[in-house]
Design a binder for this molecule. Structure first.
Ligand code: CP
Ligand code: NVA
Length: 310
């Protein structure tokens, strides 16, 4: 972190930052994105290094963090379970102590949230959650920025969550509590969100619907995710049956606001959680959403390493 900037923050779940910090990050992401689009060099992180630790597969998270760090003048070290001592049972605490003496910031994609928390507790440098079984805060950061770009403030709006009560759903609930919007959640029985696991206090930030079309009624944003998240592959067949009616299709989009957006964190399975007509249709902003991972994460890394600019 920059000399004299002593307040170390981790980003392990969405509620690690406050509403006014999100307002700052969205504005920084807008500025950083505009500079990038105009080919203006902006390299505040020269000589800084990001370590990326992947215990699960990734396309967007890897490319967005790696490209973003290089654009800001820094470098990246990429580690996986298979090619590091993490896969040979070196304690996570020891890995944290060692890695954080050599790099300036760490991004981790892993299984249990407890694992990233243990790493962070023994890290000398900021740690960012690149997805755990419980949360995916960088994705929701990008989704919110994308919503704001297209429609303005999300405060007071309705987001329909159709599908699994998973890491994305949990993170949407935390975001709703902090930023003042409502999530209409519809999951099949047995796959409900658990407010305790999601880490929310105010049940007023979400409403549960048995019928996914009812959840979409009047929504400003409709969003979904894969039926089977990474790490749950053994449940694939049971989930295919349970989730058959939780496919975001034209009928569900028709129940939402006429100008409702559709989002999906990707990767997507057309014909399962979303129809091709919807994800490839005019209300879908999934490509902006994917690109914005890079812009918001650049703003996030800048904030965690340098504090507020200006
Ligand atoms: N949305 C997302 O995190 O994508 P990857 O799994 O490809 O990183
Ligand atoms: N819920 C999905 C998101 C993938 C980006 C998973 O955890 O696999």
């Amino acid at each position: 972190m920059k000399p004299g900037y002593s307040l170390m923050k981790h980003y392990l779940q969405f509620k690690d930052l406050r509403a006014e910090e999100y307002a700052y990050l969205f504005e920084r992401a807008r500025i950083i994105k505009t500079r990038f689009k105009n080919y203006e060099k902006y390299q505040p992180l020269v000589d800084r290094t990001l370590a990326m630790i992947f215990e699960k597969a990734s396309t967007r998270t890897r490319v967005s963090f790696e490209a973003g760090m290089y654009q800001m003048g820094g470098s990246v070290v990429h580690l996986t379970t298979g090619d590091s001592q993490l896969g040979r049972a070196e304690p996570i605490e020891d890995s944290a102590r060692v890695i954080s003496r050599m790099v300036d910031i760490v991004m981790i994609r892993t299984f249990e949230q407890a694992k990233i928390e243990r790493f962070a507790a023994h890290s000398r440098v900021p740690v960012i959650n690149g997805l755990t079984n419980e949360f995916h805060p960088c994705q929701i950061l990008a989704d919110l920025f994308t919503y704001i770009e297209h429609r303005g403030s999300i405060e007071g709006k309705v987001v329909a969550w159709v599908g699994d009560g998973n890491n994305m759903a949990n993170t949407w609930l935390q975001a709703a509590e902090i930023l003042g919007f409502t999530v209409h959640v519809s999951t099949p029985g047995g796959y409900e969100v658990d407010p305790a696991l999601a880490g929310i206090r105010d049940s007023g930030c979400y409403k549960v619907f048995a019928d996914p079309r009812e959840a979409c009624r009047g929504a400003h944003l409709v969003t979904t995710d894969v039926w089977t998240s990474m790490g749950y592959e053994a449940e694939n067949e049971a989930r295919r049956t349970a989730f058959a009616d939780w496919c975001v299709d034209a009928g569900m989009m028709a129940a939402a606001q006429p100008d409702a957006l559709f989002m999906h964190c990707l990767p997507a399975h057309r014909g399962e959680e979303v129809s091709a007509e919807v994800i490839d249709g005019p209300q879908s902003v999934v490509w902006d959403e994917a690109e914005n991972r890079m812009h918001v994460q650049k703003a996030l890394m800048e904030y965690l390493l340098l504090g507020r600019i200006g």
